[in-house]
Design a protein around this ligand. Structure first.
Ligand SMILES: C[S@@+](CC[C@H](N)C(=O)[O-])C[C@H]1O[C@@H](n2cnc3c(N)ncnc32)[C@H](O)[C@@H]1O
Length: 318
């Protein structure tokens, strides 16, 4: 942000720490909020002033993400996701589609109202692929509240041991926010060599794979410096091959529906093209937009599963 000289002089006299934060933020009000959070974070700790000043300078000069300094990011309704270097920071776009999806499924699926055929299974299973900090898995466990006698089981995996260690910490940290009828487990696995355990059935597959092209990753116009320098490339750079692998796992696990985050409308069309070769007429695909109006997720359901046809209500683009 371009800082007018009069504002600069005023801040230097009154609140000098706002000045570096103003460089790291788009507005004075955002910089003020950040200073308040940082002050609260360091209050009562040894060397308070020195640490607060160092954090403000790290924001301005090294573009260190705020969440890595504060150590966490709120997510969903009261989840507090621990954030640490080496693992992607949860984004608002992911939180948004996660909440929209879970609330839709809860309303549309008879499992959650107790009306379904009593002979059907009593566990609703979710598979979260590329779980990272575990934010989506925990959100699903939180939002998909089962009726008495029914349970929700979320299993999640990621290729990164650092991510899975953090996801396990997040499970413990957020245990109080999860309904007793839900269970969550995390494991290390590579999406491209994923062996589905015998008899595994997933009702719903969710994923937020790496989806930024190498070209966009290296371009300043597309990927912010703070993301490129501080967040793991493994979590960011990827393409269509991740989606065909996700659909393959979902197909083998017998999933009724798949929702996966993506970059934009162009990528959505590329993915649909790639899927057509293998899954022509097997899945019905559409896309959800985020509140900024961008195509943000591919939504798909099995053409031979009428009980999942309600997923069409989530299509903003079809
Ligand atoms: C965009 S991040 C998503 C993290 C988290 N789900 C979220 O929404 O914040 C993508 C994740 O995919 C993981 N990943 C990358 N390649 C993978 C692979 N071959 N198999 C499984 N996970 C992979 C990364 O470690 C990273 O945690």
């Amino acid at each position: 942000m371009r800082i007018p000289p009069s504002l600069k002089c005023h801040l230097l006299r009154t609140q000098p720490l706002l000045l570096p934060l103003l460089r790291a933020n788009r507005s004075l009000s955002a910089a003020r909020s950040e200073l308040r959070w940082l002050t609260e974070h360091f209050r009562g700790r040894p060397h308070f002033s020195r640490r607060l000043a160092a954090a403000c300078l790290a924001r301005a000069h090294y573009a260190v993400p705020l969440q890595y300094i504060l150590g966490s990011q709120p997510f969903g309704c009261g989840l507090d996701i621990r954030c640490r270097r080496g693992v992607l920071i949860p984004r608002w776009e992911t939180e948004e589609w996660g909440i929209r999806l879970a609330r839709h499924v809860r309303q549309a699926h008879e499992f959650f109202s107790g009306n379904e055929d009593s002979s059907s299974t009593s566990t609703f299973t979710v598979l979260d692929i590329c779980t990272g900090s575990g934010c989506v898995a925990l959100l699903m466990a939180q939002e998909l509240v089962a009726v008495p006698g029914k349970t929700v089981a979320v299993s999640a995996f990621d290729v990164s041991p650092t991510a899975i260690a953090l996801a396990k910490e997040n499970l413990v940290r957020n245990a109080a926010h999860l309904p007793p009828s839900s269970s969550v487990c995390f494991k290390i696995a590579d999406l491209f060599q994923y062996h589905i355990p015998m008899h595994t059935i997933a009702d719903l597959v969710v994923a937020n794979p790496p989806y930024i092209s190498l070209e966009h990753y290296t371009s300043r116009a597309h990927t912010a410096r703070s993301v490129r320098v501080h967040e793991p490339k493994l979590a960011l750079v990827g393409g269509v091959e991740f989606y065909t692998a996700i659909f393959d796992i979902a197909w083998r696990a017998g999933a009724g529906a798949i929702v996966s985050e993506l970059a934009d409308e162009e990528q959505f069309l590329d993915i649909c093209d790639a899927l057509l070769d293998v899954y022509d007429n097997k899945f019905i695909c559409g896309a959800m937009r985020d509140t900024a109006g961008n195509v943000r997720t591919i939504v798909a359901y099995r053409a031979d599963r009428p009980e999942w046809a309600h997923m069409r209500d989530l299509f903003d683009v079809s």
